[in-house]
Ligand binder design. Structure first.
Ligand code: MGP
Ligand code: SAH
Length: 272
């Protein structure tokens, strides 16, 4: 379900990070690799007859470069035409982690309040009865729609451009998933990331709004989040909600934290 505004944005095709810029002394070769369609640029130094491998992508800002190298972790089908904007690159939930979130919800109605370019919504759509994907930025919803098509799940997601806080009174579901902005990649500079740093509203307000929509809440949070504060969120309910805190590891490194509140906490796969 797309508004005319979003459909118009899609037609413009603004994001095309898949093209390469031809450069002198550089030729594109395909490397044999386990990764699909992985291309590499080989820089030929004619004087020294040495070759140096380097991967590059046109239009990738220095900020995004680091995330571009992780592109297959973010979307396994990246090469099939996945589109991102800058915020999308540094905010999207890596696919394996998003799959895990979706497995925990399985079935039911899931509301993704901050859908971004669709990393979570796409995985929810593969496993849940109905997914509502909300984002305040119409371009994000346009990108999420395009990306969902690549996974063949666009028909299972209701895309809404809007402010989660304003829409909340009209929403009901089994699970609310919250992956709000953390204030950009600089979140890492905090020794302890307190819940007041979440955007556009602090974690307490966010959690209370989510609770008015569904009995189960999942929050995707920075790895340096203040865990005591996260646990305290469950006390905002009477009786307090069950809470489970999960460390999201990828390639042996801690990427992020997921907190599950309600009966979904400590549940085995698929509650509904
Ligand atoms: P990161 O710490 O910026 O990347 O984000 P990385 O590669 O772990 O950095 P390193 O240099 O420390 O190794 C880690 C993950 O957090 C990203 O893949 C996103 O899933 C998530 N993430 C990061 N940010 C800045 C946000 C954000 O603002 N909002 C949301 N929802 N997720 C974010
Ligand atoms: N989980 C997503 C990433 C979310 S990033 C993924 O995997 O792709 C956070 C998103 O929140 C951004 O896209 C931003 O546009 C959106 N956002 C910020 N304020 C919002 C609000 N008030 N209501 C809805 N979305 C909002």
């Amino acid at each position: 379900m797309l508004s005319n505004e979003v459909a118009a944005l899609l037609r413009k095709r603004r994001y095309s990070p898949g093209k390469r810029k031809p450069k002198f002394f550089k030729k594109i070769v395909k490397l044999k690799s386990k990764r699909r369609n992985k291309k590499a640029m080989v820089v030929v130094n004619e004087d020294k007859e040495e070759e140096e491998e380097e991967e590059e992508e046109e239009g990738v800002s220095p900020l995004v470069k680091k995330y571009w190298f992780q592109r297959y972790d973010l979307f396994w089908r990246y090469d099939q035409g996945i589109k991102m904007d800058e915020e999308g690159w540094f905010s999207v939930t890596p696919e394996q982690i998003a799959v895990r979130h979706a497995l925990r919800c399985g079935g039911g109605v899931v509301i993704d309040g901050f859908a971004g370019v669709g990393g979570n919504a796409i995985q929810f759509a593969t496993m849940c009865h109905h997914v509502i994907a909300i984002d305040i930025d119409p371009r994000k919803i346009a990108l999420a729609f395009e990306n969902a098509k690549i996974y063949g799940v666009e028909g299972h997601i209701e895309f809404i451009v809007g402010d989660f806080f304003q829409l909340a009174p009209s929403l009901k579901g089994n699970v609310v998933f919250l992956s709000p902005p953390w204030g950009g990649p600089e979140y890492r500079s905090k020794e302890s990331f307190t819940l007041d740093l979440l955007k556009p509203k602090n974690g307490y307000s966010l959690f209370q709004v989510a609770q008015s929509i569904a009995p189960n809440v999942i929050m995707y949070l920075p790895r340096n989040v203040d865990l005591l504060q996260v646990e305290e969120l469950s006390w905002l309910s009477s009786p307090p909600l069950k809470v489970e805190i999960e460390e999201n590891m990828l390639h042996g490194r801690l990427k992020s934290i997921t907190a599950y509140f309600g009966d979904i906490a400590f549940s085995d796969i698929s509650m509904f």
